[in-house]
Write a protein that binds this ligand. Sequence first.
Ligand SMILES: Cc1cc2nc3c(=O)[nH]c(=O)nc-3n(C[C@H](O)[C@H](O)[C@H](O)COP(=O)(O)OP(=O)(O)OC[C@H]3O[C@@H](n4cnc5c(N)ncnc54)[C@H](O)[C@@H]3O)c2cc1C
Ligand code: FES
Length: 253
Amino acid sequence: MNSIVTVTGKSDFGDICSLSFNWDITVGPGQFVMVWAPGMEEIPLSLSSVGDVKSVTFRIVGRDTEALRKKGIGDSLSIRGPYGNGYRTDGSRRVLVVGGGIGIAPILPLMADGFDTALAARNAGELDFALPAIGKAAGKTWISTDDGSRGFCGNAVQLVQEILKEQEYDEILACGPEVMLFFLHKFCVDNGMKCQMSLERHMKCGAGLCGSCMIDDKRVCADGPVFTCDEISGMKDFGHSKRDPCGTRVLFR
Ligand SMILES: Cc1cc2nc3c(=O)[nH]c(=O)nc-3n(C[C@H](O)[C@H](O)[C@H](O)COP(=O)(O)OP(=O)(O)OC[C@H]3O[C@@H](n4cnc5c(N)ncnc54)[C@H](O)[C@@H]3O)c2cc1C
Ligand code: FES
């Protein structure tokens, strides 16, 4: 579905920006949309809130996110979607949600649903955009930073190990940089825990047609972006390589 929506709210946190809009459509946590406005190419962004008011929260990393940040209240956006399979939660499992860096944005709807959450970032400033959600969280929340400027000093996987000394969970739901997901997935496999993780690959159509987002034989846009532990275990490219916009394979460094 393609809709034109009007920006009704905007927050800036350094190099991270949130835009809110009214969009009368049902979206699940972990689903994404293709966002376009005049002056930019269309880009995929996950929904960072999925209630009556929807929002996208993005880090400014290049031309299109810079152009999107210039949009303000009253401006129009073209929103295509929602696309992909989000996180599956049925209440039967004890779930720990884990977000790293800007990968915290897509898991904010799960926080709003009351799941216990572990948030990891490089430093305290990178967590500022999540503070309003942390303040309202009904579940337990833990924080880590690489430099120790807020919460536990360490990375997301080390934080999860600390949490599991005191708490029991059946499944981890995660979003973050692929290096974080790679080691978190290994931790889950080694410890017999289930997991669901949201992956990213270069997207053009967003709707399962063009093949630009393939990881092994899976289309991240249509078969994911959220994949189970077992699906990820079967992906040779996971943590190793991805394709650039021209389809050339590039290795993660
Ligand atoms: C399913 C999905 C959900 C995403 N959700 C978020 C989100 O909630 N918040 C957020 O900050 N970012 C999110 N991203 C990443 C976001 O799409 C890119 O940061 C954005 O497209 C960068 O565009 P740019 O022109 O500013 O930067 P560029 O300079 O064009 O690119 C910078 C980097 O962004 C990535 N990128 C660029 N274009 C695409 C594309 N079409 N598809 C995938 N990756 C691309 C590449 O890794 C590239 O190296 C998501 C990506 C995917 C695939
Ligand atoms: S982006 Fe076209 S198939 Fe996934």
